[in-house]
Design a binder for this molecule. Structure first.
Ligand SMILES: *Cc1c(COP(=O)(O)O)cnc(C)c1O
Length: 318
């Protein structure tokens, strides 16, 4: 698979138009005063199914031919990618099979089933989900769509930053949440096309800084599943498509602690009246941490998602 370009992001924007929400760009005087900067928050927590992942999933499924549509799609994920694939498949009348761990939260399994997906469970300690996915793909002719390392997924994720620049113009800095790098690499394609001088930062949880290590060492670094409240960024490594784009187009990768994520989550709820999941707080937490360097600047923050059980949300804020 070849590395996508900004033209692919533009094509993806055409495919998702009228299906994905064009999410609002929020502002906050309190945030502006705190940083002495002008902040623009792209609110993908208000995207369909609650996260930007709908963009990449819908774009990828839109490109299926008739045979692929008939045989269906398979994905492995316990989180937002599963729901994004299940919902996109339902909208297009494509059968979807989602491979989830047998100890996945009941709410996530229910949400995936609610979108019409068939859930196949596996034991996360004894079985290899990628092998199960490949077997289903081979035996039943299904197409496997991975959560980040896929050209159509990357191009779809890039449409959020594209919309942001189209709405607010060029920026001095943009902060993007980073797991496997689908969102960051897609955002990088849009940034270099629409705001070439913008400083682009990926932000990871401190406990899982494989992306930062990879950028600094020049090779994809693999780590154990990190222990962090940012469950959408518990990836073990960047992708073979996302890494070269990040290497070429991203200025730096920053990290924040779980405590800083909770502070940002509290700010979003108290000041901006929005529910943001821990992973979605990475960008803003890093912008706050950077502090003075952003004074007088126009700063974009990508809020990636808002899917968090309310009990967990309350417990984290308590
Ligand atoms: C998947 C996800 C991320 C990380 O995205 P990648 O494309 O894997 O880097 C960040 N935030 C949320 C809410 C997610 O669901």
């Amino acid at each position: 698979m070849t590395i996508p370009t900004y033209d692919d992001v533009v094509a993806a924007a055409g495919r998702i138009a009228g299906h994905a929400h064009r999410t609002p760009v929020l502002t906050s005087r309190t945030a502006n005063e705190e940083l002495g900067a002008q902040l623009f928050f792209k609110a993908e927590n208000l995207q369909r199914m609650g996260a930007f992942k709908f963009r990449g999933a819908f774009n990828a499924l839109s490109r299926f031919d008739a045979a692929q549509r008939k045989a269906g799609v398979v994905a492995f994920s316990s989180g937002n990618h599963a729901q994004a694939i299940a919902l996109s498949a339902k909208l297009m009348g494509i059968p979807a099979t989602i491979i989830m761990p047998d100890d996945a939260p009941a709410s996530k399994v229910a949400a995936t089933r609610g979108y019409g997906g068939t859930v196949v469970t596996y034991n996360r300690y004894r079985e290899d989900r990628e092998a199960i996915g490949r077997r289903l793909a081979q035996e039943q002719g299904m197409t496997l769509i991975p959560p980040y390392d896929h050209a159509d997924v990357i191009a779809g994720q890039g449409t959020a930053a594209k919309e942001l620049f189209e709405e607010v113009g060029e920026l001095d800095a943009l902060f993007v949440c980073l797991g496997g790098g689908g969102l960051l690499s897609g955002s990088a394609l849009a940034t270099r096309a629409l705001s070439p001088r913008c400083q682009l930062y990926g932000v990871e949880p401190e406990a899982g800084n494989d992306g930062q290590q990879s950028l600094r060492s020049g090779v994809i670094v693999h780590i154990e599943t990190p222990k962090t409240i940012a469950d959408g960024a518990q990836t073990q490594h960047l992708g073979t498509l996302t890494f070269p784009i990040i290497q070429r187009d991203v200025n730096d990768i920053l990290t924040v602690s779980d405590a800083e994520l909770v502070d940002a989550m509290r700010f979003f709820a108290a000041r901006m009246k929005i529910v943001v999941e821990p992973t979605g707080c990475l960008g803003f937490a890093a912008a706050r941490k950077m502090g003075d360097a952003l004074r007088g600047k126009r700063v974009g923050v990508l809020i990636s998602g808002g899917n968090v059980d309310l009990e967990r949300f309350a417990a984290l804020l308590a």
